[in-house]
Structure formats: structure tokens, C-alpha cells
Ligand binder design. Structure first.
Ligand code: SME
Length: 170
């Protein structure tokens, strides 16, 4: 049985290398996108300090719909282009928000959230959804976190057979 173990968070590069290794171990041999999103959310929420929400929004009929997550109950549907999640999906690029109060159109699901990092999931046939992380601390996330979570997104996509150029695991 996989067991997450606590890792040093003072060196972010080392932290994300270790987190990536733990996620690879956790997802090995499983390609179900919901099961893998559930376990990815749980690992991120358990291992990353200063988070109040970690989870997935998944593309369903042209809009983002709440997927597996850890944290308080959240808004269910987010149109592409709206909020931080919808902006990341529309741009097909990560969005790092140091202070959500200064982000026009931010969707407040939990009033405790003060900073946010959203990384898009782009599969073989296009946009699949996003990974969303919220923190109660202003400027909790920086470029090192963005790079680290983009690596986490790539591991998730690969486990689900969604890496660009790879045939889908059946
Ligand atoms: N704040 C997000 C909405 C999702 S919650 O943070 C879980 C947004 O503006 O897209």
C-alpha cells in the first residue's frame, strides 16, 4: 500500500522532485481519470503546506465542472474564460494569482482563499480540465510552485494515457 511521507518544504525544487516521485508511485498501474484525480488531490492537500483547497475541474460539454478535490465544498460549474480556473483553461496556460482580491472576476468559493495557482490539463485531444490550488496566505505560490505543479499535471496526464502523442490506455 502506498504511504505518503512528509518531505522538507524549505527547498522547493527538492520538494517537487520528491512529490513527483510520490505521485508516480501512487498512480502507477492505474489509468482511471477520476481515481487518479482523487488520489492526486489527496496527495497535494496532504503534502503541501498552507493550502485550504486542492482539486480538479474537468471539461464537460464545454464548461468546467467540479471534479475530485480536498477542502470545503466548492462551486460546481465554471464557464471557460471566467474566474481563475476558466482563465487558465481559456489561455491553455497556468495562472498564478498572488492576491485573489486583486484578480478581476475571481470566483470566491471559500472566503479564506487569498492566493491561487491553476494549471491546465491538456490531453491528446485537447483541454481536459485544470488542477486548482488555493491558499489562505497571500503570495503563497511562486514560479517554482508553478513549475512543480505543471510536472504533477504531466504525471497525471501520463498515468491517464493522455500524454500528447501517446495512445490511450484501454
Ligand atoms: N477561485 C476559483 C474557483 C474555484 S475555487 O477556488 C475551488 C476561480 O476563480 O476560478
Amino acid at each position: 500500500m502506498f504511504e505518503a511521507h512528509r518531505i522538507d518544504t524549505t527547498d522547493k525544487a527538492a520538494f517537487y522532485r520528491e512529490l513527483a516521485a510520490q505521485l508516480e508511485a501512487l498512480l502507477t498501474g492505474e489509468s482511471d481519470p477520476i481515481a487518479n484525480a482523487a488520489n492526486t488531490s489527496a496527495l497535494l492537500y496532504q503534502m503541501m503546506p498552507e493550502l485550504n483547497w486542492a482539486g480538479f475541474y474537468l471539461m464537460r460539454e464545454g464548461e468546467l465542472v467540479l471534479g475530485p478535490f480536498q477542502g470545503k465544498p466548492a462551486c460546481v460549474r465554471i464557464p471557460v474564460g471566467k474566474g481563475v480556473c476558466g482563465t487558465a483553461m481559456a489561455r491553455r496556460a497556468s495562472v498564478l494569482v498572488e492576491d485573489v482580491h486583486a484578480f478581476p472576476g475571481h470566483i470566491a468559493c471559500d472566503s479564506a482563499s487569498r492566493s491561487e495557482l491553476v494549471v491546465p490539463l491538456i490531453g491528446r485531444d485537447g483541454a481536459i480540465g485544470v488542477i486548482d490550488l488555493d491558499s489562505p496566505t497571500v503570495a503563497r505560490f511562486d514560479a517554482a510552485d508553478q513549475a512543480g505543479i505543471e510536472r504533477i499535471a504531466a504525471i497525471y496526464l501520463s498515468a491517464c494515457g493522455e500524454s500528447a502523442g501517446l495512445a490511450k490506455a484501454s
